[in-house]
Design a protein around this ligand. Structure first.
Ligand code: 3HC
Length: 387
């Protein structure tokens, strides 16, 4: 039987190392890495704070032991971790005083468009409507539009049952939502957030179309988790107005939005989107247009490692329980894979593998097999667990 400590070392240490390398490479600030994992995944603390708590030397030594066994570069202690372990110092000190000033609206945002009718699009429409914005949401059929109202109604009913909302609030939120099956309904919105299929050709077609439909000055945002935002911008004649707003699942609950700027994104678009995030009570972090951004880049290799660990014969339930107990994460890796969807997880892992070319990021065979078998997670009632 593998102990909780061994499971923690196998799955969590490489994640910590990876976070150090992300900071070392100047991809993200200490604050944004920490906020990413706390507000995107519901962790009690981020990876760099966890290293400060455990002690850099302890983490470095445990990683060095794993590296001696595996020879995998992902386990080789990051140079900065080694330096902190040897010379002293913490990530809290490295990150101190680097907070960005409070963003303000540089463009007016009164009306929001959402494209898509899936879980993410429905959750995003709810977030804006709950914060008082009029929302036009566009789907391919009336049935799909009804699904969005059904999703939001269910969430609001649950809040009412818990005494956290009222029938009047629910009516007000629903009244701010207007469904449309034609994209032309987005002509007068101030920002569009798209959450349609994670397929580059499908999204490119949408962005070309939005470019023709939306009024000048409207911001075109994508919630893609794995496709290049730069390419979506380049499909339009207004790449300066194109930006990523990566929400997390479930969108009404998870407080994080990764704001992804491309080399062309205008500074006033970036600042306006960050101000909008604050207005809808989300925490914005800044990301460059790179595969996985902050959170998925740290999260999915850990989830993939969990699948690899299970392939060695360790029971799924044992892993899920150990991670919740030893690491304090809100969900075990297999519970989370089933929420995100194995198809989505596989696509993200493939992108990370392609971008970073780490052999250790190669998608686990079982993840591929689950997708091939149509066992995608909660949405198909069977993934790693059965529902
Ligand atoms: N939609 C709307 N609200 C929901 C919800 C849903 N699907 N699921 C739960 N909630 C609400 C509940 O109503 C409750 O609200 P309240 O506090 O106002 O009463 C609150 O969330 C907490 O729910 P519960 O008490 O029922 O359950 P938990 O305490 O187990 O919390 C959780 C649920 C917030 C989902 C928690 O398990 C969690 O934080 N999980 C981690 C999720 C995560 O890591 N997401 C990121 C995935 S990666 C991603 O999205 C990126 C993409 O690119 C793939």
């Amino acid at each position: 039987m593998t102990s909780s400590d061994e499971i923690f070392d196998t799955l969590v240490l490489p994640y910590l190392n990876h976070a150090v390398r992300m900071y070392e490479a100047s991809y993200a600030s200490v604050t944004d890495i920490e906020a990413g994992m706390v507000f995107g995944c519901g962790y009690a603390q981020g990876p760099l704070t966890l290293i400060d708590e455990l002690g850099a030397a302890t983490v470095r030594d445990a990683l060095a032991k794993r590296y001696a066994e595996s020879g995998d570069r992902l386990h080789q202690p990051a140079a900065l971790l080694d330096r902190l372990a040897t010379e002293g110092g913490t990530f809290a000190e490295l990150g101190a005083g680097a907070d960005a000033p409070r963003p303000t609206f540089k463009r007016d945002i009164a009306k929001v468009g959402v494209v898509g009718t899936g879980t993410m699009a429905s959750g995003i429409a709810q977030v804006f409507a709950q914060s008082g914005y009029d929302v036009v949401y566009v789907g391919r059929s009336q049935e799909k539009l009804d699904g969005v109202v059904g999703y939001i109604t269910k969430n609001l009913d649950r809040a009412i049952a818990k005494g956290k909302s009222t029938e009047d609030d629910k009516a007000a939120v629903l009244a701010r939502l207007t469904g449309a099956t034609e994209r032309a309904a987005l002509a007068d919105v101030d920002i569009v957030v798209e959450a349609i299929a994670e397929d580059l050709d499908v999204k490119l077609e949408l962005f070309r179309d939005l470019d023709g439909i939306c009024k000048p000055g409207a911001i075109l945002a994508t919630t893609t988790s794995s496709l290049p935002v730069t390419q979506l911008g380049a499909a339009t004649d207004r790449p300066a107005d194109v930006i990523g707003m990566h929400f997390f699942n479930p969108a009404p609950v998870m407080k994080l939005v990764e704001v992804v700027t491309t080399p062309s994104t205008a500074a006033d678009v970036d600042e306006t989107v960050k101000a909008l995030c604050a207005k809808v009570r989300k925490v914005a972090v800044s990301c460059g247009d790179r595969s996985g951004f902050i959170v998925n880049c740290l999260l999915f290799p850990y989830l993939n490692d969990a699948v690899l660990l299970a392939e060695t014969g360790v029971d799924l339930e044992v892993i899920d329980t150990a991670i919740k107990e030893a690491a304090g994460f809100p969900m075990g890796p297999f519970e989370l894979l089933d929420v995100v969807g194995n198809d989505v997880s596989l696509a993200i892992q493939k992108e990370l593998h392609a971008e970073f070319k780490e052999p250790g990021f190669a998608p686990a065979a079982t993840l591929e097999a689950k997708v091939a078998a149509g066992e995608l997670g909660r949405k198909t009632k069977k993934g790693f667990h059965t529902y």
